[in-house]
Write a protein that binds this ligand. Structure first.
Ligand SMILES: NC(=O)c1ccc[n+]([C@@H]2O[C@H](COP(=O)([O-])OP(=O)(O)OC[C@H]3O[C@@H](n4cnc5c(N)ncnc54)[C@H](O)[C@@H]3O)[C@@H](O)[C@H]2O)c1
Length: 358
C-alpha cells in the first residue's frame, strides 16, 4: 500500500537541505525568475521536502521552471493589490509562481495583523502553491496564528455525487506553542491529497479502499490516471454514514474563501495547476498575554500526548508531529529525494545551464 511506501536508502538519495535550496534557486533564476522570487520559491519547496511532504517538495522545481519558461507562468510576475482595507486585501498573483504570490499575501496579512490585530488576503490569478501550511506557519515567528487555504481544479466528488467537482482544497492552520512543538494542521479536504494517488501509480502499488471511487460508486484500488474523468477522490469521510458531507462542506468553504471571495474562480472553473488562495494572520497579543497563550497550548498538547493509545498504537500525536519528526531527521541527515526525481532535477539544472550541485 502507498501509505507503507517510505523513501529509503535504496529508492532515494539524501541531499543537505542547504544544497537543495541553492540548486533550486539557481534553476528558478536561470528561467528568468527575479532573485527574491527564486529564493522564496526554493525556500517553500525545500521546506515541504524537509517536513516529509514529498509530494509537494523539491521535485516540483522541474514543472514550475518549465511553466516559467513556456509562458504558462508570467515571469517576472506583477502582483497587485486590487483593493484593501486596514485588515483585508484582494490581491492578484499576476499569474506567476503560486508559491511567490501566496508567500507575498501572507507577508501582507502579517503586516496588517501587526498594525490592526488581524490580516486577511484573498489571491486571484494564482498557480499551484504547494504545501499550503507553509504560509500559515509564517505567522508563528510573529507570535500569531496563521491560516491558509487554496482551491484547485476538480479531483474530488461532492458527497452523494458521482463526478469530480472540487479540488482537494487543503486547509493549513498553525498556532505557536511554548516548549512543545507548534500545532500545524495541513490537510486536504479529500481523504487524501491527489499527489499520493500519483505516487502510488508511479511506484506501482495499490491504493487503500476509501480513497477513490468510479463514477458508478465502485471502490478503486488500482491507482487511476489523474486526467481521467471516470473516477473521483472521496471527500473526507468517504461515505454518507461516515460523514462525507462534512469533508464536502469544508471543501466548499475553501472554494468560497479562496475562489468566490477573490473572484478568481471556484474549483469547477479552474484549470489544472491553478490555485486561488486565502490567508489570515491573527495577532495573539490582541487577545491575551502571548506567554500565557503558549503555556496553555503546551498544557493542551501535553494532555493530548498523554492520552492512552489504542491497543496496537504507539502514542497519540497532535497535528504537526509527523512533519516535525521528519524535519528533525532530514535536517540532521539530509533530505531524501526519490531517485527518479533526483535525476530529473539534475537533468533540469543541466538543461537550463546551471551547475549541477546535488
Ligand atoms: N496546493 C494544492 O493544490 C494542494 C492540494 C491538496 C493538498 N496539498 C498539500 O498536500 C499535503 C498533504 O495533505 P494530506 O491531507 O495528504 O496530509 P496528511 O494526511 O499527510 O496529514 C494531514 C494532517 O494530519 C496530521 N496528522 C497526521 N497523523 C496524525 C495523527 N496520528 N494525529 C494527529 N495529527 C496527525 C499531519 O500533521 C497533518 O497536519 C499538504 O501539505 C497539503 O497542503 C496541496
Amino acid at each position: 500500500m502507498v501509505n507503507q511506501v517510505k523513501l529509503n536508502d535504496s529508492n532515494s538519495t539524501r541531499v543537505p537541505a542547504a544544497t537543495l535550496r541553492k540548486q533550486l534557486t539557481s534553476i528558478f533564476s536561470a528561467v528568468g525568475t527575479p532573485d527574491d522570487h527564486a529564493d522564496i520559491a526554493a525556500k517553500v519547496l525545500v521546506s515541504a521536502s524537509v517536513r516529509g511532504v514529498d509530494t509537494h517538495g523539491v521535485a516540483n522545481v522541474v514543472g514550475y521552471s518549465q511553466n516559467a519558461e513556456n509562458g504558462t507562468y508570467s515571469i517576472p510576475q506583477q502582483m497587485d493589490i486590487i483593493s484593501e482595507s486596514e485588515t483585508t486585501a484582494l490581491m492578484s498573483g499576476g499569474n506567476g509562481i503560486g508559491l511567490v504570490s501566496a508567500y507575498t499575501a501572507m507577508e501582507i496579512a502579517i503586516e496588517k495583523a501587526k498594525k490592526f490585530g488581524l490580516g486577511m488576503v484573498s489571491v486571484k490569478d494564482g498557480h499551484h502553491v504547494g504545501m499550503v501550511a507553509y504560509y500559515a506557519m509564517m505567522a508563528l515567528e510573529h507570535d500569531m496564528i496563521g491560516m491558509s487555504m487554496t482551491t484547485a481544479a476538480p479531483a474530488v466528488r461532492p458527497a452523494l455525487g458521482a463526478r469530480k467537482m472540487l479540488g482537494t482544497n487543503p486547509i493549513g492552520f498553525a498556532a505557536p506553542a511554548g516548549e512543545e512543538r507548534d500545532f500545524v494542521l495541513d490537510m486536504a479536504t479529500s481523504t487524501v491529497a491527489s499527489g499520493k494517488v500519483g505516487l502510488a501509480r508511479r511506484i506501482g502499488v495499490p491504493i487503500p479502499a476509501g480513497w477513490a471511487v468510479t463514477t458508478e460508486g465502485e471502490e478503486i484500488t488500482e491507482p487511476p490516471d489523474g486526467e481521467n474523468d471516470s473516477w473521483a477522490l472521496n471527500p473526507l469521510g468517504n461515505t454518507r454514514e461516515q460523514g462525507s458531507h462534512k469533508g464536502y462542506g469544508l471543501a466548499v468553504m475553501v472554494d468560497i474563501l479562496c475562489g468566490v471571495l477573490s473572484g478568481g474562480g471556484f474549483s469547477a472553473q479552474l484549470s489544472r495547476g491553478e490555485n486561488m488562495t486565502w490567508v489570515m494572520a491573527i495577532d495573539i497579543a490582541r487577545f491575551r498575554d502571548v506567554d500565557e497563550f503558549k503555556s496553555m497550548m503546551d498544557d493542551m498538547i501535553r494532555e493530548l500526548h498523554a492520552t492512552t493509545a489504542l491497543p496496537g498504537e504507539d502514542r497519540v500525536l497532535v497535528a504537526g508531529d509527523p512533519e516535525a519528526d521528519a524535519s528533525d531527521d532530514r535536517l540532521a541527515n539530509g533530505v531524501p529525494v526519490e531517485n527518479g526525481q533526483y535525476a530529473a532535477i539534475r537533468a533540469r539544472a543541466a538543461e537550463v545551464g546551471v551547475d549541477v550541485i546535488i
